[in-house]
Design a protein around this ligand. Structure first.
Ligand code: C5P
Length: 275
């Protein structure tokens, strides 16, 4: 794994430090010559955590009842998955976008077409659950990531994501010691079902939020949290199981998860009217 700040292997090399004593362009034997100057920039640059997007897209979406997995259904002119991919590709701070699909996925190549943005990478390592797909994806990218880099995990079934929402999450969490997620405060009164379609309890909604994605955590922390948290349905739950408290960052209604057939129309409404 690449250690952040460790291009030092190159810049910390004594040969290069010696080169730094050569005269500078000005002809003076300044303490800070050009090679040393560039090394300093490189080193500073590599110690800044980068942002990677990881989209688990290996589910089948059975509640939608469609013949093809829901992430490939056409929505406002393109496959649902492409809306989320494009939101990340339109965000300059995002270094690379990894999409995790099932090993035998027959749809992805046609869905992304030529996919000429070099930042887009397909990982054919989806698992039996969302958690497994994310964990497999994290393991697959270990060579190009450092433990301190940020990973933004986003559901393929949330096509309403925008670069503005991604920016808001990234800027709020930039200095956060834990990380966090987009979420919305619950506004409805909540009822518990008795199992027979009757309300048996009113659950206080105060302090409750509805979790969305992206969920943004440091690569190293997220990988070890997911490895030890069997049965969780999102990344934040895995982090919570380690005793940490992810920050809640206000999301948006348009970033809802397409789950039921009637959700398609609402998603298209947002995508067509507020692209
Ligand atoms: O099924 P659900 O809508 O909760 O899935 C959330 C996300 O997790 C979707 O993007 C889905 O494709 C992904 N997933 C996955 N691997 C699975 C199950 C779900 O990547 N085995």
């Amino acid at each position: 794994m690449r250690a952040a700040g460790s291009v030092g292997g190159m810049c910390g090399d004594s040969r290069i430090i010696n080169e730094a004593r050569r005269p500078t362009v000005s002809g003076k034997d300044d303490a800070v010559s050009l090679p040393r100057f560039f090394c300093a920039i490189l080193r500073a640059d590599m110690s800044v955590p980068r942002h990677f997007a990881l989209i688990p897209a290996a589910g089948v979406g059975s509640r939608l009842g469609a013949a093809t997995p829901k992430q490939y259904l056409e929505l406002a002119g393109k496959p649902m998955l492409l809306h989320a991919i494009d939101a990340f590709l339109r965000t300059p701070q995002v270094q690379e976008v990894f999409v995790v699909v099932a090993p035998d996925d027959p749809y992805i190549d046609a869905a992304i077409g030529k996919g000429d943005d070099p930042r887009l990478r397909i990982l054919r390592c989806g698992g039996d659950s969302r958690r497994e797909s994310v964990l497999n994806g994290l393991n697959a990218i270990c060579e190009q990531t450092a433990d301190v880099d940020w990973v933004l995990v986003h559901d393929a079934a949330r096509p309403g994501l925008t670069p503005d929402l991604i920016q808001s999450l990234m800027s709020t969490l930039q200095e956060d010691p834990v990380g966090g997620l987009l979420a919305l405060p619950v506004v409805d009164t909540l009822k518990r079902d008795d199992g027979n379609g009757r309300a048996c309890e009113t659950v206080p909604r105060s302090g409750l939020w509805s979790a969305q994605t992206p969920q943004m955590f440091r690569y190293g922390l997220l990988k070890s949290a997911l490895a030890h948290a069997d049965g969780v349905t999102d990344e934040a739950a895995a982090i919570e199981s380690m005793g940490m408290q992810p920050r809640l960052v206000e999301g948006a209604h348009r970033n809802f998860k397409v789950t039921l057939p009637q959700d398609i129309e609402l998603a298209e409404f947002f995508l067509k009217n507020y692209p």
